[in-house]
Structure formats: structure tokens, C-alpha cells
Design a protein around this ligand. Structure first.
Ligand code: BDR
Ligand code: CA
Length: 322
């Protein structure tokens, strides 16, 4: 088997970020070197607490977690608590974490991981991409240590936080612009793809039917997330965005990509944070990104549900009946 891919996961958990963490921990294809946190779905303190709780739940308390950006490169943060609840991960009760974040900042920890790794590292970003932008701004030389930046954000179509802008891209468009222009092989997993990854009633039933705590917790997360999506966007089932990034790394056959020129609007009167994806080359500019286009939906859920089940079955003392 190929060597596992060294990964830093930069996230704002967040129900779908939490599932992404579970995939990263469980997959033998991924070597999760660190988790870094950012504002986004909630304040960065809550995102950090949630990341620690999810790693403990997943039996991976040894993964270092570092605290990142409290707000975007410019302007004020707009948080996504209206989707993810007061804690950022509302739903099932989880114990307070016993582990603590490391003392380094997210940017410093990313830099250390990149420098220490024996090969270039994949950065996976599932929240506002501020930490990655700060890393690139502060130490442009690290780009040679980055294999690719695969991020959930933007869309080839319309938005969710505003009519045209996706939440992560909207949250820090200047940061996304830095990443798109840095020459770090940006790979965009936008709403056009993630809206194919719906946690239907069948998916939630399969989680609930798992004979372990992790399955029940994940079903509870989908329940909360699903009710937000019903209320805010009238979706029948919630799109489970963030794990699509990890799924594409774990099994490259699950996602079809297209190269395109991608830019992000930083100045629009109504369109700030909107990604402009030139799928038909109308702007005559060279492609600067890979854009995720279609998802093997069945394969995706087999991977996600199989990973949660495998992780949940590794029963840990005291958790069997919790
Ligand atoms: C993105 O915003 C957040 O709600 C999710 O965690 C995901 O990263 C989807 O627009
Ligand atoms: Ca997220």
C-alpha cells in the first residue's frame, strides 16, 4: 500500500468538520500530524474545545491541536452559530476535554510540521482559510514544503451565507485570495460538490443503528445540523461538506476535478466572498486551481459510514455503554 499522506487539518468544528476529523483519524491513508483551529462556525475558543473533544471521542488525544485565527485578515468575524448552535457543535452532550492545545499558535505549529516532515505535507482547510494565508504571508519559503492545499469553500454556482458567497470564502476572502495566488496547488471543494453529499434519512438511520457511542453521537450531530438546514435553507437533508476534502484524498476515484481559473471577489457591493470559477475559459486566463465537480455519492457514504463504524468499534474502556 502507498505511504500515508501527511496532513494538517485546519478547521472550525462544526458538525461537518467533526466528521472530517473522524475520517482523518481513522483512515490508514492519512497521517494526521496536527489539527489547527480557526474562527468560523463559532469563536476560535469554541472551535478549539470542540476539536479537542472530537479527537478524544475518536481515541486520538495525542494529535496536537493549536489555536488559530480569531478573525479574518481584515474586518470583523461573522460567525456561523446560526447553523452549528451556541457551542459550534450543538446536539449530543460531550464531556469537557481533558487535553489542552499546544502552546504554539496554529501558524507556528503548521510551520513546524512542514519543516519537520520528510516529504511535502497536504494542508486541508475546512473553515475560513486565514491560518494558511498567514502562514504563506509570514514564511513564503514554506510553499515548497506544501504538497497541495485542499479546501472546502466557494462554489461554481451560488452561495449559502449570502445569495452568491459560500460561508468559508465569505468569512475571509482576502485570505482565500492569498492562497489562490501563492502557487501552492489549490484544490477547491465548493458547494457545487458538497451539496451532492446529503446526509439523507437512510444515512442517519445507518449511523443510529451502529452499536456504539460514536455512531449515536454522529447521528445526533446530523440531527442538529439537519434541523438548521431545514430552517435556514429548506433542505430536506443537510450537506456534509467538509469530509469531502478528506474523502478525495483517501480515495481519489470519488471526486472528478476540473482545472480552471478561480478568483474570489473582495470588493463587490453585493458579492463579497463570491468565488468566480471560469469553467469555460471565458476570461482567457491560465488555470490556477483544481475544482471538484462531481462526487461518487454512494462511494462517499460507504467511506464515511465505514470509517465511523470502524472507529466506533475500537471500544475504549468506560465508553461501551455511554
Ligand atoms: C462550510 O461552512 C460551515 O458551515 C461548514 O462547516 C463548512 O465548512 C459550508 O459552507
Ligand atoms: Ca467547516
Amino acid at each position: 500500500m502507498d505511504r500515508p499522506i501527511p496532513v494538517v487539518l485546519d478547521c472550525d468544528p462544526g458538525h461537518d468538520d467533526a466528521i472530517a476529523i473522524l475520517l482523518a483519524v481513522q483512515s490508514p491513508r492519512i497521517d494526521l500530524r496536527a489539527v489547527t483551529t480557526t474562527f468560523g462556525n463559532c469563536a476560535v475558543e469554541d472551535a478549539t474545545r470542540n476539536a479537542l473533544r472530537v479527537l478524544e471521542l475518536a481515541g486520538a488525544p495525542q494529535v496536537p491541536v493549536a489555536v488559530g485565527a480569531a478573525g479574518p485578515l481584515t474586518g470583523a468575524a461573522e460567525l456561523g452559530n446560526y447553523v452549528h448552535g451556541r457551542s459550534g457543535l450543538d446536539g449530543p452532550d460531550l464531556p469537557e476535554p481533558v487535553t489542552r492545545p499546544v502552546t504554539q499558535s496554529a501558524v507556528d505549529l503548521m510551520g513546524e510540521v512542514l519543516t519537520a516532515a520528510e516529504e511535502p505535507v497536504t494542508l486541508v482547510a475546512t473553515g475560513p482559510i486565514t491560518n494558511v494565508a498567514r502562514l504563506l504571508q509570514g514564511a513564503p519559503g514554506v510553499r515548497d514544503r506544501i504538497r497541495e492545499v485542499i479546501f472546502m469553500g466557494g462554489s461554481t454556482e451560488r452561495g449559502n451565507h449570502t445569495p452568491t458567497a459560500e460561508f468559508n470564502a465569505y468569512s475571509d476572502p482576502e485570505a482565500l485570495e492569498v492562497v489562490l495566488e501563492a502557487g501552492v496547488r489549490p484544490r477547491m471543494v465548493g458547494l457545487n460538490l458538497t451539496h451532492q453529499a446529503l446526509a439523507t434519512a437512510d444515512v442517519v438511520d445507518r449511523l443510529r443503528a451502529m452499536d456504539h457511542r460514536l455512531g449515536r453521537v454522529a447521528a445526533g450531530w446530523m440531527g442538529f445540523f439537519g434541523s438548521s438546514y431545514r430552517q435556514v435553507w429548506q433542505f430536506d437533508s443537510p450537506p456534509v461538506h467538509d469530509p469531502c476534502t478528506l474523502a478525495a484524498l483517501i480515495d481519489p476515484h470519488l471526486v472528478r476535478w476540473q482545472e480552471a481559473f478561480v478568483a474570489v471577489e473582495t470588493a463587490g457591493r453585493w458579492t463579497r466572498g463570491t468565488t468566480v470559477v471560469d469553467l469555460f475559459g471565458r476570461l482567457g486566463r491560465p488555470a490556477n486551481a483544481e475544482v471538484a465537480m462531481t462526487l461518487d455519492v454512494r462511494g462517499y457514504w460507504e467511506l464515511v459510514l465505514g470509517s465511523i463504524d470502524a472507529l466506533g468499534r475500537q471500544e475504549r474502556p468506560g465508553e461501551a455503554s455511554a
